[in-house]
Design a protein around this ligand. Structure first.
Ligand code: C2E
Ligand code: MG
Ligand code: MG
Ligand code: MG
Length: 284
């Protein structure tokens, strides 16, 4: 009997694996079609980043979505890893940057001024021409309104050449934020050499504060580390007023999360920008 159970588990796992592989191949094919023939299936949602002292919107993070004819609205975790593996990430990055630039242009023509922060996959830094691509894509007048979010894994390989690329980007006026901080492997030695303006504290640590003692300690330590490195601290994934109160008390300067606003499409976020504030509860 136990042998039988063993067999059926093997069957179950291989079926599950087969299903996953099939799905991956399908997503890959659909992704390729969308990039080549229907790039308009991709669009950006924007989430406000808020100054925790004044509660004013400081900038927006752009987050890609894919309105796939096959899968419906899908989120980046579903297709970005596949795009990274297959090299299609380069095309995705191009699409995202073009969209962010047009958005800045449109908002400028309407008298709305904001900064946009765009996520860049670590593998993009392997591209020798990365900085040139960015330079060609972002007109000079918008470079001061552009930020890029990278993760510590950028430094996993090609450390010095990645730091050089980051420096060239900041020389262009583009701001660099270190995303998902605390989940990677950066050593303090390299961290010091990063030309970054901001440490984004990963959502995993913001979760369950102030109740969770360990997360509380980690968050406070990252805020102190940011101060030591003379960069800003920004907490991701703020969902409650309690989290906000704790973060403010701990000296965290910026935040984003559902408490302030979920990511929204351009026209929805435009209304929020016009007010300058999100719809969170106002308190002191
Ligand atoms: P990320 O850059 O760390 O973005 C934050 C993620 O947390 C977003 O998920 C956002 O919607 C979500 N989030 C924000 N506030 C809250 C909150 O209060 N609670 C919870 N539970 N979640 C919150 P999303 O949009 O699904 O993006 C996931 C990841 O995909 C991003 O993580 C980023 O690494 C990647 N990504 C998104 N857009 C792009 C892109 O254009 N290019 C690349 N290469 N990667 C992207
Ligand atoms: Mg990000
Ligand atoms: Mg993040
Ligand atoms: Mg993340």
């Amino acid at each position: 009997l136990s042998r039988e159970t063993g067999k059926s588990e093997v069957m179950f796992f291989s079926k599950e694996l087969e299903r996953k592989i099939k799905q991956k191949i399908e997503v890959e094919g659909e992704l390729k079609k969308a990039i080549e023939n229907n790039p308009e299936e991709f669009y950006l949602e924007y989430q406000p980043i808020v100054d925790l002292k004044t509660l004013k919107i400081e900038k927006l993070e752009a987050l890609i979505r894919w309105n796939s004819s096959k899968f419906g609205k899908v989120y980046p975790d579903f297709f970005i890893p596949i795009a990274e593996e297959t090299g299609m990430i380069k095309d995705i990055t191009d699409i995202v940057i073009d969209k962010a630039v047009s958005q800045l242009q449109e908002w400028k023509s309407k008298g709305i001024e904001t900064k946009i922060s765009v996520n860049i996959s670590p593998s993009e830094f392997k591209d020798k021409n990365f900085v040139d691509r960015i330079k060609t894509k972002i007109p000079e007048e918008f470079r001061n309104y552009f930020a890029l979010e990278i993760t510590e894994n950028v430094l996993f390989e090609h450390t010095q050449s990645s730091i050089d690329k980051l420096k060239q980007l900041t020389d262009l006026g583009i701001e660099i934020l270190l995303d998902d901080f605390g989940t990677g492997y950066s050593s303090l030695t390299y961290l010091k050499k990063f030309p970054i303006t901001t440490l984004k504290i990963d959502r995993a640590f913001v979760k369950d504060i102030p109740d969770d003692k360990e997360n509380r300690g980690i968050v406070m330590t990252i805020i102190k580390l940011a101060r030591l490195l003379v960069v800003r601290s920004l907490a991701e994934g703020i969902e409650t007023k309690e989290q906000l109160i704790f973060l403010r008390k701990s000296g965290c300067q910026y935040g984003q999360g559902y408490y302030f606003s979920k990511p929204k499409n351009a026209s929805e976020i435009e209304k929020v920008l016009k007010k300058g504030f999100t719809d969170h509860e106002q308190f002191d």
